[in-house]
Design a protein around this ligand. Structure first.
Ligand code: PXP
Length: 241
């Protein structure tokens, strides 16, 4: 049965807008666990625009489920992964100017480099995943790298402007899942999945995890707003007339 792994980067984005202490992504992670998430994902970016080193340090110690550390394949991130010991690292491409991860990692042609990069991480018992397009050449390359998992990028599917385009992207992802499973790779999906488009995958076998952030945090803002406003109204109502 596939499970949900929740990305709490967007909670940290809100915190970093004021560079203060709220909202706390660690609390959000615990709430997601209590609600049934089977793991938590954070992307520690080179520019530290949302998740901070201390978030990773704390989450590594206090989660009841498991931490997936999304990161670029840089020497700095390798050291952080080795020090913090997450359940899994997911290698993603990273550009400073992008709003979010824009596409899959180019693994083909870099198999040896990525294999060697991950070797000390695997030696510590940390699993790895490669965030890639549903493309046979990239899937073959991921297998050659020695990662147990791939995460197929669902962003083009989520962003498709027409039903036809979305169907074509969906079919490409399904072919990618089948191909990866035939190579004994485990398959996660992520990027742009929401409360509507996820239904397309309901009968698709071979998916381990759905990695979802933005749509869940966006919904939480709205479903939680009523309570938040009422709480403040209640306080103000207690003030002297
Ligand atoms: N998987 C990867 C590799 C990502 O980079 C992201 C975005 O941080 C996600 C999953 C989650 O995407 P979304 O926030 O659109 O649900």
């Amino acid at each position: 049965m596939p499970v949900l792994v929740v990305n709490v980067d967007h909670v940290a984005t809100l915190r970093q807008q004021r560079k203060g202490i709220e909202p706390e992504p660690v609390t959000a992670a615990h709430m997601a666990e209590l609600a049934g998430a089977r793991g938590i994902i954070v992307h520690l970016r080179e520019d530290r625009r949302h998740i901070m080193d201390r978030d990773v340090d704390i989450l590594c110690h206090c989660l009841n489920t498991r931490l997936h550390l999304e990161m670029a394949a840089t020497p700095e991130m390798q050291q952080i992964a080795l020090r913090t010991n997450p359940y899994m690292v997911c290698l993603v491409p990273e550009k400073r100017e992008e709003l979010t991860t824009e596409g899959g990692l180019a693994v083909a042609g870099r198999e040896k480099h990525l294999h060697d990069y991950l070797a000390p991480i695997h030696a510590k018992g940390i699993k790895s995943s490669l965030f890639i397009e549903a493309d046979e050449a990239q899937i073959d390359a991921a297998k050659a790298v020695g990662s147990e998992f791939i995460e197929i990028h669902t962003g083009h599917f989520a962003d498709a402007k027409t039903q036809q385009a979305q169907q074509a992207e969906f079919e490409k992802i399904v072919r990618g899942i089948e191909y990866a499973r035939s190579l004994d790779l485990r398959v996660n999906l992520g990027h742009g999945l929401n409360y509507t488009n996820i239904f397309m995958f309901k009968d698709v076998p071979g998916i381990d995890e759905y990695s979802i952030g933005h749509s869940i945090i966006s919904r939480a803002v709205l479903t939680g707003l009523d309570r938040a406003v009422r709480d403040m109204c209640d306080i103000i109502r207690t003030f002297a007339e």
